[in-house]
Design a protein around this ligand. Structure first.
Ligand code: NAP
Length: 286
C-alpha cells in the first residue's frame, strides 16, 4: 500500500476530539494535510488542534464546531467549510452508542441522528465542494456491528422497539447503505466513497455501557481490542492510498476489502433509506 502525498489537501474528520477520529486527524496532519478537526467541545477541540500542530510540525490544523444532535449546526458547519478554498477528504467518523436513548433537536432517535442523519446531510451539503476539488474521497467509519442489525426496519427507523445495541447496529448498517447509494450516485465522477471497520477500539465509545461489559473489554476481551491509532489505520488508508484513487463502494477492514452483510448490499434498501433521509433532514430545502 502506498500513501499519496497529502500536501495541499484538506481533510475534514468528524468526531476528532477522541478515539479513532483524533488518531486519524493526527495521522493526516503528520502526512502533511490541512486538517479540519471537528467536534462539539470548542475548548477541547482548539487545545487538540494546537497539540496536533505542535507534535506534527504542521500548523494547518483547525477546529470546526457542530453538535450532531442539531441538524441546524450541521448546516452551519457545511456552510463554513464550503467557504474554504478546498475540501479533498471527508471522514465521517463521529458516532455514539446512546445508552441514554436521547432524541435529537428535531425529535429523532439520537443514535440514528448522530450516526446516520448528520453525516448524510453533511456529506450531501459538501458534495459540490468535494466535486469541485476532485479527485476527492468520502470515507464512512462503519462497523462489523452492522451484521447484528438484521434487515433495516423502515417501520421503526427511530428504534422505538429495540435496545441501544440493536439501535447502534442499525445505524452502522445505515452507514453502509448510505455508502452504497452514494457510490452509485457519484460513479464516474471525481468523488469516491468507501467504508471502514476500525476494529474493536479502546476509545470512549463504550463509556456508557454497563460496568461488567466495560470490565470484560478491559480484561478478557482486551487481546481482541486495538488502540485508536491502530483503529484509524484503515480509514486513513482509504483517505490516502494511491491505489484507491478510483476505488469506490467498498467496505474495508485491516486495509483489505471484505463483503458486508447481505442487508448492506441491498440496493432497494439503500435507495429507500436515501429518500427517507432526504425527507428527515429536509435536504431538498437546503
Ligand atoms: N470503538 C470501536 O470499537 C468501534 C468499532 C467499530 C466502529 N466504530 C466507529 O468508529 C467511530 C469513532 O468511534 P470511537 O470508537 O473513536 O468513539 P469515541 O472515542 O467515543 O469518539 C467518538 C467521537 O464522536 C464525537 N461525537 C459524539 N457525539 C457527537 C455529537 N453529538 N456531535 C458531534 N460529535 C459527536 C465524540 O465527541 P466528544 O469527544 O465530544 O464525545 C468523539 O469525538 C464511530 O463511528 C464508531 O461507530 C468504533
Amino acid at each position: 500500500m502506498t500513501a499519496g502525498s497529502m500536501n495541499g489537501k484538506t481533510c475534514l474528520v468528524t468526531g476528532a476530539t477522541h478515539g479513532v477520529g483524533l488518531a486519524s486527524a493526527r495521522a493526516l496532519a503528520a502526512a502533511g494535510a490541512t486538517v479540519l478537526l471537528h467536534g462539539r467541545d470548542a475548548a477541547l477541540g482548539a487545545a487538540l488542534a494546537a497539540d496536533i500542530a505542535r507534535v506534527s510540525g504542521n500548523g494547518a490544523v483547525r477546529f470546526v464546531h457542530a453538535d450532531f444532535l442539531h441538524l441546524e449546526q450541521v448546516r452551519e458547519l457545511a456552510a463554513g467549510i464550503a467557504r474554504l478554498p478546498r475540501l479533498d477528504v471527508l471522514i465521517n467518523n463521529a458516532g455514539i452508542i446512546d445508552t441514554a436513548r436521547r432524541c435529537t433537536a428535531e425529535g429523532y432517535d439520537a443514535t440514528f441522528g448522530v450516526n446516520h442523519l448528520a453525516p448524510f446531510l453533511l456529506t450531501n451539503l459538501l458534495l459540490p465542494k468535494l466535486t469541485a476539488c476532485a479527485p476527492a474521497r468520502v470515507i464512512v467509519i462503519a462497523s462489523e456491528a452492522h451484521r447484528r442489525a438484521g434487515w433495516l426496519d423502515f417501520g421503526d427507523l427511530m428504534n422505538t422497539r429495540v435496545g441501544y445495541l440493536r439501535a447502534y447496529a442499525r445505524s452502522k448498517l445505515a452507514n453502509l447503505l448510505f455508502m452504497r447509494a452514494l457510490a452509485r450516485r457519484t460513479r464516474g465522477g471525481g468523488v469516491t466513497v468507501n467504508a471502514a471497520h476500525p476494529g474493536v477500539v479502546r476509545s470512549q465509545l463504550f463509556r456508557g455501557l454497563p460496568a461488567p461489559l466495560r470490565f470484560a473489554l478491559a480484561t478478557v476481551l482486551r487481546p481482541f481490542t486495538c488502540s485508536p491509532a491502530q483503529g484509524a489505520r484503515t480509514g486513513v488508508y482509504l483517505a490516502t492510498a494511491v491505489e484507491l484513487e478510483r476505488a469506490s463502494g467498498g467496505y474495508y477492514r485491516d486495509c483489505r476489502r471484505l463483503e458486508p452483510a447481505a442487508a448492506a448490499r441491498c440496493d432497494e434498501a439503500a435507495a429507500r433509506l436515501w429518500s427517507e433521509s432526504v425527507r428527515l433532514t429536509g435536504l431538498e430545502a437546503a
